[in-house]
Design a protein around this ligand. Structure first.
Ligand SMILES: *[C@@H]1O[C@H](CO)[C@@H](O)[C@H](O)[C@H]1NC(C)=O
Ligand SMILES: *[C@@H]1O[C@H](CO)[C@@H](O)[C@H](O)[C@H]1NC(C)=O
Length: 508
């Protein structure tokens, strides 16, 4: 293509509009340039960097695969936030492949092009939302990672670069950032393609995954995928697969290599009814041994884990860091577990403590009292829903609760508590200036019978009484009641401040 003709054409399309031209004009110009894809590709060498993003957007939306490929190979910014673009324009497999192919071809070459700056290909949908709009002239500021070299007149830039010695050598690997959610038997095609490329260019293309969610997928596939992920990049891991303990055992070697993990959620791990105790012991030991490697863990969620009873000490003593969040839900635990929990070094700075769905009915709650007291300087969120806590146990917790000066949220619905004890709670928490969200159980007196039929008139009276008490203490605020699940449909009636009834409620 004749250089001067090309430049003229290019100038007439872009330069006269100026860089700050309204986005609509940039869009039109980009589309018009893309009508001749070969011309657009040839123009890249001289294209001011400010025009890359609008041209790239137009090429992506219009599925101009050749232009996309060429633009990735000339990308003049450190980061290409492709994920944000894929959010607005439903990714077409071919366009995605073209972008990746562009990168792949380039990585295979020894020498990188003059203006190419790409270090990070970001496929996360919610990262760098602003990039594309900023560079389309809609917004004025740009985050520094994405800042290009200051725009200079082209002649001058060429002279500066011409004075540098030789071509640029091959550089550090390009990072591809992606959040993975593994939940099908088969992977979607874009992910498969990405994994294939990452596997082929292992040393030059690093797959980094901050958030990893594993729902349902055969272990074999999980292991095949994790082989190409840089496991030290995982910071947030959720595993919720209804696994047997032995299956978890096959996964934990990967866990141990996630040394930067900050948040770990394990849900639905069960032990087979007649499994051998020493086998079980072995698997739990494997898991806890990996905890020793998690030196940055801050949040631990254990939900529906059937091997926890009598073993909490084994799990928690391997934690090397103070936790901010500890949530143990829908599990069985013993009194000795609770005692260990109250003494465990890792929980002294807790901000969130959750024990919902843990049956505490028959346990001595003194250790819980000790735990609440130990964490009273930091605790912000306490969740004791559905613990089966009764009046005397709850009353014993109140003095320690009254010391939790940072507490903002307290939820304890689904516990059989009387009105007198709710009133006592109000007295004990009146000095907690940050406490703004409390979800109370509907008091015992608001039920008609043991089956849990609500008496709405009485519920209204009790609600009014609590509100009045709060008002009198100078802390007027909402009182949210949550009733036990309806015996027929399982829905809960809420009261805030009018009743929100379950569908089958029939007035008595
Ligand atoms: C685990 O997945 C189930 C559905 O499969 C869901 O109901 C549950 O809330 C999930 N658990 C957690 C802790 O996310
Ligand atoms: C809680 O445990 C007690 C006995 O320890 C039992 O009677 C009660 O049914 C349990 N509650 C639930 C909801 O499982």
């Amino acid at each position: 293509v004749g250089g001067s003709h090309l430049q003229d054409s290019f100038r007439s399309r872009f330069f006269r509009m100026g860089v700050r031209a309204p986005s609509r004009l940039l869009e039109l110009a980009s589309q018009s340039l893309l009508q001749n894809e070969a011309l657009a590709i040839a123009a890249l060498e001289e294209l001011p960097i400010e025009l890359f993003p609008p041209l790239f957007t137009a090429a992506f939306a219009g599925r101009h695969t050749q232009a996309l490929k060429a633009m990735v190979q000339a990308w003049p910014f450190p980061c290409l936030p492709l994920g944000a673009l894929m959010k607005d324009h439903q990714p077409h497999l071919e366009t995605f492949q073209a972008a990746l192919d562009g990168l792949d071809i380039l990585l295979a070459q020894e020498v990188r092009p003059r203006r190419w700056k790409l270090q990070v290909l970001d496929l996360r949908r919610n990262a760098h939302q602003d990039f594309w709009t900023v560079w389309s002239g809609i917004k004025a500021s740009v985050c520094s990672l994405l800042e290009p070299e200051p725009a200079q007149p082209m002649q001058k830039r060429r002279r500066v670069e011409g004075s540098k010695a030789g071509p640029r050598p091959a550089r550090a690997p390009v990072e591809v950032l992606v959040d993975l959610c593994l939940k099908e038997d088969t992977l979607d095609e874009t992910l498969s393609y990405l994994l294939k490329k990452a596997k082929q260019r292992r040393s030059l293309l690093h797959l980094r995954c901050q958030k990893l969610r594993i729902f349902a997928m055969p272990m074999q596939s999980i292991r095949r995928i994790l082989k190409v992920v840089q496991l030290d990049s995982v910071q947030d891991l959720e595993v919720n697969c209804t696994w047997k303990l032995a299956t978890l055992g096959r996964f934990v070697p990967h866990l141990g290599r996630m040394g930067n993990l900050r948040r770990l959620l394990l849900s639905h791990i069960h032990v087979l009814p007649h499994s051998a105790p020493d086998q079980e012991e072995h698997c739990v030991g494997q898991l806890t041994a990996q905890f020793l490697n998690l030196l940055h863990l801050q949040e631990l969620y254990l939900d529906s884990i059937s091997f926890l009873e009598g073993r909490l000490h084994q799990v928690l003593r391997c934690l090397k860091t103070p936790l901010e969040t500890l949530s143990i839900t829908n599990c069985l635990i013993s009194e000795s577990d609770l005692t260990y929990l109250s003494q465990c070094p890792s929980v002294s700075l807790l901000k969130d403590l959750g024990l919902s769905g843990v049956n505490l009915t028959s346990l001595n709650l003194e250790p819980l009292q000790v735990l609440i007291e130990r964490t009273s300087a930091t605790l912000q969120d306490l969740d004791l829903d559905e613990c089966g806590i009764m009046d005397p146990q709850f009353s014993a917790l109140l003095p320690s609760l009254s010391r939790c000066s940072q507490l903002t949220t307290f939820s304890f619905c689904g516990n059989p508590i009387s009105m007198a004890v709710l009133e006592s709670l109000l007295h004990h928490t009146v000095g907690l200036s940050k406490l703004s969200h409390v979800l109370y159980p509907a008091p015992l007196e608001s039920y008609e019978d043991v089956r849990g039929t609500l008496h709405l008139g009485r519920l209204a009276q009790l609600h009014a009484r609590l509100k009045q008490l709060l008002c009198e203490s100078g802390r007027p605020s909402m009182v949210w009641f949550s009733a036990n699940p309806c015996p027929h449909c399982g829905d809960r009636t809420f009261y805030d401040p009018e009743p929100i009834l379950c569908p089958c409620y029939m007035p008595a």
